[in-house]
Design a protein around this ligand. Sequence first.
Ligand code: PMV
Length: 333
Amino acid sequence: MTARDMVQTLLAGRSGAPARDHAEATAPANIALVKYWGKRDAELNLPVTDSLSVALTPLGTQTRLAPRRGGDEVTLNGAAVPPDDPFAVRLARFLDLFRPAPDVGFAVATVNTVPTAAGVASSASGFAALTRALDALFDWRLPPAALSALARLGSGSACRSLWDGFVEWRAGERADGRDSHGVPLSETWPGLCVGLRIVDAGPKSAPSRAAMNDTTASSPLYAAWPDTVRRDLAAARAAIARRDFAALGATAEGNALAMHATALAARPAVCYWQPETLRTLRRVWALRAAGTPVYATLDAGPNVKLLFEAPARSAVRVAFPDLQVIGPFDRAP
Ligand code: PMV
């Protein structure tokens, strides 16, 4: 099945013509506590395993979408993006799946509140917001699980960015991918904090798609990954259910390091770390050894996300004065 076939099946009976002149939507970024790493179907972005994330609300993406004659017109944080830029090419490929006719273009204005392509999941919030904007523009009124499956076609992790809080991406079993989408968990965790340590806000060294494919194809450690995820998911779910922070932190950190280990063992090696990445990790381990419950996770990039609870906030801030701290379950006053 192709991505186009999947979209047509999901949108069967729904309008192919825009219902309004523009639409706007937002979506939160997310950070995986148990990672998605490896695809069983590259075109449909179907994963080998389930994964689990927490949304980084209020950080994410705001998107304004309008149909236009001629080609697409893309802006990112207010600046025009040339059509041959990889960001615009990726958007155009995704929008191709939804054009009512090949000559229908879109004006897409994207504002990211997380650094683009820095391994802080801006593609996840970006494709989730764009999918919501398409739904509003065409007035499809699709249920969230269907929007999640569509967002997945842009970027796998985007399927978890349709909800706030904890979200599991169920890998699913169907070849057409309709059962591969996010499912929100009902548990909340007031006081849970995620600290972003931006080591490098520039583009990452290897896009996650290529890195994932190289790792699954050549890393001798990849064979151990699916079982690692199964165990870590069970541990993370249990930790969330009983609000056991040490168990959740240790599971998330171990899972992230295992993911990076599979990548490092790929031939040739995929290494996202920079010297400052390792310095940050060592500082986290030293803080923990000295009694502050803080753990670390990293996606496909050099930046480190710290996990801690509100009582540890001041100690973590002293060690990392430049940290951007998010409370995923804090309510706006
Ligand atoms: O959604 P993608 O294709 O950018 O892949 C994301 C992969 C990781 O961020 C490393 C892990 C995850 O589950 O988000």
